[in-house]
Design a protein around this ligand. Structure first.
Ligand code: PGA
Length: 255
């Protein structure tokens, strides 16, 4: 089964408006000839319109994404942004359940489930993040945690287009720490995730859903990680803030 790799930059709470536009332009320029990898960038909410416009002006295929969303369309949810509002300003993908939302902002599983269901129903490309903490890894619980997070977000969900769901396996201990899972360990986790997807949906769906690795992916380690059979791209934090580093990872995914 051939899956088109997907590499997405998660800019987190970084950049000014001008820096966001410059970064988007750099990514657009460097991916002009890229057809074998799906590429996206997720700026802070407030810069989505500016980035969307820059990518549009550059006639770029790079997708613009949000780092979070709320699952109700409108109403009394102070400080939240709905999926329909995000789509209204050109958003094409959304990252949900990121470990910083799970562990720093304490977002519960039920909320991540509601957001995932709503996002997929809306047709947005949906990146669902999962992953274990260091304590859980050391206790040998990686696969159990990944399975629980997948089941909680995806059980009873109808997936009409498996290409619209992307799982980002991001071991919490590897995010922003410079520590990366070994290609062997990452591959083992990805293969186990695919088995869970086959149980939740069917084998064909599991084979079509892309599973990204995230957690200190950089040009120096990307090729080896991306060469693993079940690693279908990357969700990139720190290295996505420098066009050269991000583009090197995109190129590693293309080859
Ligand atoms: P990192 O972040 O690449 O800086 O480790 C990845 C992420 O949080 O998605």
């Amino acid at each position: 089964m051939s899956r088109k790799p997907i590499v997405v930059g998660n800019w987190k709470m970084n950049t000014t408006r001008a820096e966001a536009v410059a970064l988007a332009n750099g990514v657009a320029e460097g991916t002009k000839a890229t057809t074998s990898v799906e590429v996206g960038v997720a700026p802070p909410f407030v810069y989505i319109p500016a980035v969307s416009m820059a990518l549009c002006d550059a006639s770029s295929n790079v997708l613009v994404g949000a780092q979070n969303a709320w699952h109700e369309d409108k109403g009394a949810f102070t400080g939240e942004v709905s999926i329909s509002q995000l789509k209204d300003v050109g958003t094409q993908l959304v990252i949900l359940g990121h470990s910083e939302r799970r562990h720093v902002i304490n977002e519960p599983d039920e909320v991540i489930q509601a957001k995932t269901e709503k996002s997929l129903a809306s047709g947005l490309l949906t990146i669902l993040c999962i992953g274990e903490t260091l304590e859980q890894r050391e206790a040998g619980e990686t696969d159990r945690i990944n399975k629980a997070q997948l089941r909680s977000a995806l059980t009873d969900l109808t997936l009409s287009d498996p290409a619209k769901l992307v799982i980002a396996y991001e071991p919490v201990w590897a995010i922003g720490t410079g520590k990366t899972a070994t290609p062997h360990d990452a591959q083992a986790a990805h293969a186990a995730i695919r088995t869970v997807l086959a149980d939740l949906f069917d084998q064909g769906t599991a084979d079509a859903v892309r599973i990204q690795y995230g957690g200190s992916m950089k040009p120096e380690n990307a090729a080896e990680l991306l060469a693993q059979p079940d690693i279908d791209g990357g969700l990139i934090g720190g290295a996505s803030l420098k066009p050269d580093a991000f583009l090197a990872i995109v190129n590693a995914a293309a080859s």
